[in-house]
Write a protein that binds this ligand. Sequence first.
Ligand code: NAP
Length: 229
Amino acid sequence: MTITLITGANKGLGFATARRLIAAGHDVWLASRTADRGMPAAEEIGARFVQLDVTDDASVAAAADRVREASGRIDLLINNAGVFGSRRAADDIAATEVAEVFDVNVFGVVRVTHAFLPLLRASESPAVINLSSGLGSFEMITTTERARYGSLPYSSSKAALAMLTLQYARSVPDIRFNVVDPGYTATDFNGHRGVQTLEEGTDAIVSLATAGADAPSGTFTDRNGTVPW
Ligand code: NAP
């Protein structure tokens, strides 16, 4: 059985992904930064709960210990936890506000990936899926209407995440690393203004998560196919 850990899975796309992957037969660890939000969510769908704040080294290390003791390995890590950060104009944004967003969306992914690498290496077919965005695509931002929705901290953090994923894919060839853009999906993240349903928003993630050992590494996709870097 595929053992999958999803960060920030107490709601939104992470929760919907957990629900769909359990239905597809995965044994899912639903990671959430708080027990009061994460435990009921896990119980509702039959996932295992683990506390994990991606900005906290001790929390990440404790989560890796807990999963190692209970499961011995993970086959799939989904770095889903993310924040949008300030929506203010670029002129008004200070370095601390950018740092807060990078701490979750970029350094958080490194923190979690680094801590779970030994558990991934215990798998016969390990994979990592990172949740990026079209707003982190240079091509999309410069050639489509998405430029209107970009933000200095968020877009730059997701662009960094895309490159981070490519670097992992090239330098850690025994693990498949891919980036997925879920598309503009109605969640708390955007005050439910997103135009896609949670089902549509999780299509690309579920497709990659269930593709098996033949799945590629170093790709950027959404539910319609390849996304330009
Ligand atoms: P969401 O509903 O706001 O959920 C975000 C999740 O991340 C929540 O569970 C939140 O936990 C968690 N989180 C935030 N900071 C965390 C931390 N320090 N440690 C652990 N968990 C943390 O957002 P969503 O729409 O599902 O977004 C999920 C991912 O998809 C994000 O990476 C986002 O950038 C990406 N994405 C979303 C869209 C979209 O249209 N929705 C489009 C493109 C990309 P709490 O509940 O405790 O706050």
